[in-house]
Unconditional design. Structure first.
Lengths: 159, 283
C-alpha cells in the first residue's frame, strides 16, 4: 500500500440504502475512497483490476452470495481484508464463511457505526502490514538472488 | 334401537365431529405458525437491513449537524460565507433523510404484511379482496426467496369473496413456499387471478422441477413429504386441500411437467352457502 493513496473500501450490498448510509458515514468520519456495488458480480469484476484494502459484503444477494463473493476476492486479492455484514441471523453462514473464505470479521445488521469503523481501521492496518510484508519478502528474494549471483561469480573468479 | 338411544348416538357423533373440526383448525393454525416460523429468518433480514440504515443514519445526521453548526458559527464569527464543505454536508443530510423514509416504509410494509397474515380471527366468515391476501404472502415469502426467485403477478379484476381469510392466507403461503422449494437455483413464480362464473380462479405456476409421475397421486395425502426433516411437515398440501375444498367448497388441482414446472389451480366460490345457525354444518 502506498502511503500517498487513500485506503480503498469496497462495499457490496444489494440494498442501495445500506451503501448510502455507509458511504455518508465514512465520508464524514474518514478520507477513505469508498466504492459501493449493489451487484456482487460487478464488485467481483471491479476487484479483478482494482486493488482494495477492505471488502465489506452482505450475505444474501442475488446471483452471488456474500461468501461466494468474498471467496472470489480472496483468490484475486488475498491480502485485502474480508468483512461479512449480514442481516441474515444465521450462525451457520458465519461459520461457513470464517472457514471457507478466511473472514477478518463477521458483523450483524443492524450494525454499530463506531464498531464498524474500528473494524475497518484495523482491517486497513492489517492489509497494509501484509502488503509491506510481501514487499519486504520480494526485496529479500531479490537481494538473495543477487547475493547468489555474486557468490556464483566469486566462485567462478577464484576457482 | 329406541328413538332416545338413536338421538343420543347422533349427539355423540355430532360432538365428535365438533371435536374433530376443532382439532383440524388447531392443526391448521399450528401448521401456519410453523410455516411463519420458517420464514422468520427472511423476515428478520428484511427488517434488519432498513433498521441498520436508520440507526447508522441517525448517528451520521447528528454528527453532520454538529459539523454544520461549527461551520456556520465560524462563518458568523468571521462575518464571512460558510465554508464550501457546508453544501456537501447538506446534500448528505438530504440523501440520508430520503434513505430513512424508504427504510421506514420498508419496515412498515413488512409489519403490515405480517398483520394481514397472522390475523387470528379466522372463525369469522368475511368478504375480502383475495389480492390483499396474496400480496401479503408474496411480501413475506419474498424476504426469503427474493434473491433467487422472481415473483410475477397477473391479477385480474376480482370481486371480493366470502371466506375465512386467515385460512386462505395459509393456502397461498403453502402453495408459494412449495413453488419456491421446487425451484433449484434461479427461477420464477407467476400468480394469475381471474373471475369465473361464480368463483375466482387463482393459478400459481413455478418453473421448478415438476412433480414426478409416481408421486402425483399422493401429494394431497397427510404424512407425505419429499422435504428433508425439519423443512416439511407433510401436511401442507393436505391442509391446503381441506381449507379449499372442505371449508370453502372450492376446488384444487394441478398440472405438472418434469423439468418444466407445476401449476396449481385454486377455485374459490364468491359466496358461501347460507348456513342455518341452528344446524351447524360440518364440512
Amino acid at each position: 500500500m502506498n502511503s500517498d493513496h487513500q485506503p480503498v473500501i469496497v462495499i457490496v450490498d444489494d440494498e442501495d440504502m445500506v451503501i448510502t448510509s455507509l458511504r455518508a458515514f465514512l465520508a464524514l468520519e474518514t478520507d477513505y475512497n469508498v466504492h459501493g456495488f449493489t451487484d456482487p458480480v460487478d464488485a467481483s469484476k471491479y476487484l479483478e483490476t482494482h486493488p482494495a484494502d477492505v471488502i465489506v459484503s452482505d450475505y444474501l444477494m442475488p446471483r452471488m452470495n456474500g461468501i461466494q463473493l468474498l471467496g472470489r476476492a480472496k483468490e484475486l486479492q488475498p491480502e485485502a481484508a474480508r468483512v461479512l455484514l449480514t442481516g441474515h441471523a444465521d450462525k451457520q453462514s458465519a461459520i461457513q464463511a470464517i472457514n471457507e473464505v478466511g473472514l477478518y470479521q463477521y458483523l450483524e445488521k443492524p450494525w454499530d457505526n463506531q464498531q464498524l469503523l474500528l473494524v475497518i481501521q484495523s482491517a486497513i492496518e492489517r492489509t497494509q502490514l501484509f502488503r509491506s510484508l510481501r514487499e519486504k519478502i520480494t526485496e529479500l528474494d531479490s537481494a538473495h538472488s543477487n547475493l547468489k549471483d555474486v557468490q556464483a561469480r566469486l566462485l567462478r573468479a577464484f576457482l | 334401537m329406541s328413538d332416545e338411544a338413536a338421538g343420543e348416538r347422533e349427539r355423540e357423533v355430532s360432538d365428535l365431529r365438533d371435536q374433530l373440526d376443532t382439532a383440524n383448525r388447531k392443526l391448521a393454525e399450528a401448521h401456519k405458525m410453523a410455516s411463519l416460523g420458517r420464514l422468520a429468518a427472511g423476515i428478520v433480514h428484511e427488517i434488519n437491513t432498513p433498521v441498520g440504515s436508520i440507526l447508522s443514519n441517525n448517528e451520521t445526521v447528528r454528527r453532520t449537524i454538529d459539523a454544520l453548526r461549527t461551520i456556520v458559527e465560524e462563518a458568523e464569527r468571521n462575518n464571512a460565507a460558510p465554508a464550501r464543505k457546508a453544501t456537501a454536508l447538506l446534500e448528505s443530510l438530504s440523501s440520508l433523510t430520503a434513505v430513512d423514509k424508504i427504510a421506514c416504509e420498508r419496515i412498515s410494509s413488512v409489519v403490515r404484511s405480517l398483520k394481514t397474515f397472522a390475523r387470528v380471527s379466522e372463525s369469522d366468515l368475511r368478504r375480502v379482496d383475495v389480492h390483499e391476501l396474496i400480496l401479503a404472502t408474496i411480501k413475506l415469502t419474498g424476504a426469503m426467496y427474493r434473491r433467487r426467485i422472481t415473483i410475477n403477478t397477473e391479477l385480474g379484476d376480482l370481486p371480493e369473496i366470502e371466506c375465512y381469510p386467515g385460512l386462505l392466507n395459509q393456502v397461498f403461503l403453502n402453495l408459494i413456499v412449495n413453488a419456491a422449494q421446487a425451484i433449484e437455483g434461479e427461477g420464477s413464480i407467476t400468480i394469475r387471478t381471474r373471475p369465473e362464473a361464480d368463483c375466482v380462479h387463482i393459478a400459481i405456476t413455478d418453473t421448478g422441477c415438476g412433480i414426478p409421475a409416481a408421486l402425483r397421486p399422493k401429494i394431497f395425502s397427510a404424512g407425505f413429504t419429499t422435504k428433508p426433516f425439519g423443512e416439511g411437515t407433510g401436511i401442507g398440501l393436505t391442509i391446503t386441500r381441506e381449507i379449499v375444498v372442505d371449508t370453502h367448497g372450492g376446488t384444487i388441482d394441478f398440472e405438472t411437467e418434469d423439468g418444466v414446472g407445476t401449476t396449481f389451480h385454486v377455485r374459490l366460490p364468491i359466496n358461501q352457502p347460507r348456513r342455518n345457525p341452528h344446524h351447524q354444518e360440518h364440512a
